[in-house]
Design a protein around this ligand. Structure first.
Ligand SMILES: Cc1cc2nc3c(=O)[nH]c(=O)nc-3n(C[C@H](O)[C@H](O)[C@H](O)COP(=O)(O)OP(=O)(O)OC[C@H]3O[C@@H](n4cnc5c(N)ncnc54)[C@H](O)[C@@H]3O)c2cc1C
Length: 474
């Protein structure tokens, strides 16, 4: 494997303002304008400066403003609120955390692991409650998640997941094993041999949530500056081309884009996830597919796939498999990889033969952020006033809400259960220098794809996938 010619991730490289509708199905269908709000003009002073107006930045601003309406809070966003992963994702507002219970137990003991998982359950409901309270119609439907097992190897993983949950005291009401018939009754897919079901997930329209949240924080007095690229983050200072924001606390909420900031090149690896969406499907097709109550769905393959039935009757379906780019580069061109879109369409047709010939109206993607040890974290360095949250992998929709509440408690000095959760203050080691990072991540993605083929052929769990999982940090 030979790395392509490198060019560094860029900061000031904005897309044309008229292009935002084309970013994803969600941007295309979100009500209201996507015309950027005012940028920062000149220097400013604040109590808290937040870099990035995705879910992390906006939830942090939301809870800070609620905790202390007097706080002067400034958010600087390079593009528009919801430009990044927060506006483009699969819309699983789930209780998934990107580190297993056993890994969390190794980090912080059994009590900490269980407390974090329970906090994640609570975060799903909190998102729904705030959306309702703020009048944000984000199509929140708490239908849970059905994960199909479609080979004996996948069924083994389903059983292992349920067994692990039981070991930590989570019962049938949190995660249960499904027979093939039960799983098929939820989702009329091919080759189903069983599955799992958890009620702890809601399907949402992510751009409606993130844009609604930006409106809510503005109503609360937060200044959200759009088209304002941040060039540098330092203690008490955020430097942009238009001016400097001086603040006691500076929060980095840039997730997959983080390596573009000086000094943070190896903090997070941006890995792309890509999605497609069908045109609205006729009722006769939904009768074959099911998904009544809009549970989100996937199967238990290694190279993750995820889907949801949207409120307007489409299937939005995504997966990993797009390459990692040398030097952690992030560019608009990387959002669209025709061979991956084609593979997603094929996979969707194999999974749900009823939509094999459905029209695909939208294709998009975006970078998510992965910490070297695959564990998300949130924290605040009291000495420097620098705060951060991220490394959510593909599980950021509800986790960002927990991060926002946690950062607000840390900044206001509120002693709460949240600030004692094991991910708070956790520091992942940095990623390897290039080209090792490129080689490792792309080899990992390749092995996961090959392992799925092997398991589909033999029915037995792939040893290579187990080895790669350990190498990648779980
Ligand atoms: C295709 C896809 C599908 C996904 N599906 C799911 C899912 O179904 N469920 C789930 O839980 N998670 C999912 N995720 C992950 C989830 O979307 C993210 O974890 C979450 O949105 C991260 O939010 P954030 O605010 O931290 O980052 P982002 O939403 O990426 O926001 C970062 C913001 O910072 C801005 N920014 C970056 N650099 C600068 C700078 N220098 N100056 C100013 N602004 C800057 C960016 O423009 C961006 O708006 C998915 C991600 C992708 C890409």
């Amino acid at each position: 494997m030979r790395p392509p010619a490198s060019s560094p991730a860029t900061i000031g490289n904005m897309i044309a303002a008229g292009q935002y509708r084309k970013l994803s199905l969600w941007h295309d269908t979100v009500p209201g304008t996507l015309t950027p709000g005012a940028p920062l003009r000149g220097d400013a002073e604040a109590d808290v400066a937040i870099v990035g107006a995705g879910f992390t930045g906006l939830w942090t601003a939301y809870y800070l403003a609620r905790a202390d309406p007097q706080l002067r809070i400034v958010v600087c966003e390079r593009e528009i609120a919801g430009f990044g992963a927060s506006g483009r994702n699969g819309g699983w507002c789930s209780a998934l955390f990107p580190a297993s219970l056993s890994k969390l137990e190794r980090m912080a003991g059994r009590g900490g692991a269980v407390a974090l998982q329970r906090a994640m359950h609570g975060a799903v409901d909190e998102v729904g409650a705030v959306a309702a309270a703020e009048g944000i119609d984000c199509h929140f439907a708490k239908g849970g998640t059905v994960q199909l097992a479609r080979s004996p190897a996948q069924l083994e993983r389903a059983k292992a997941e349920v067994a692990e949950a039981r070991e930590y005291g989570f019962g049938e009401a949190d995660l249960r094993l499904l027979t093939a018939a039960e799983a098929r009754a939820m989702l009329g897919a091919s080759d189903v041999v069983g599955g799992t079901y958890t009620p702890h997930c809601a399907a949402i329209h992510p751009a409606r949530l993130v844009r609604g949240l930006a409106d809510a924080v503005r109503r609360a007095g937060v200044a959200v500056y759009e088209r304002t690229p941040v060039l540098r983050i330092e203690p008490r200072r955020v430097t942009t081309a238009a001016g400097t924001v001086t603040a006691q606390y500076v929060v980095r909420a840039t997730e997959g884009y983080t390596p573009g900031l000086p000094g943070l090149e190896r903090a997070i690896a941006p890995v792309y996830s890509l999605m497609i969406a069908t045109a609205p499907l006729p009722e006769s097709v939904w009768e074959q597919i099911g998904l009544a109550g809009r549970p989100t769905f996937g199967d238990l393959r290694h190279l993750i796939i995820y889907g949801q039935r949207t409120a307007d009757g489409r299937l939005a379906f995504g997966g990993r498999g797009a390459p990692y780019h040398l030097g952690s580069a992030v560019r608009p061109a990387f959002d669209r990889v025709p061979v991956v879109f084609e593979a997603l369409r094929r996979t969707l047709g194999q999974l749900l033969p009823a939509v094999r010939d459905a029209e695909i109206t939208h294709r998009w993607g975006g970078p998510l952020g992965i910490a070297r040890d695959w564990c998300a974290s949130a924290g605040l360095d009291r000495e420097t006033g620098l705060g951060w949250a991220g490394g959510y992998v593909g599980d950021g929709v509800a986790t960002t809400n927990l991060a926002g509440r946690t950062l607000a408690d840390l900044i206001t000095g509120t002693d709460s259960e949240l600030v004692r959760l094991p991910w708070v203050g956790h520091r992942s080691p940095p990623w390897e220098p290039e080209p090792l990072r490129w080689l490792g991540l792309n080899a990992g993605l390749r092995v996961m794809g090959l392992a799925d083929h092997e398991e589909a052929r033999t029915g037995r769990p792939s040893r290579a996938a187990g080895f790669m999982g350990r190498f990648l940090g779980d």
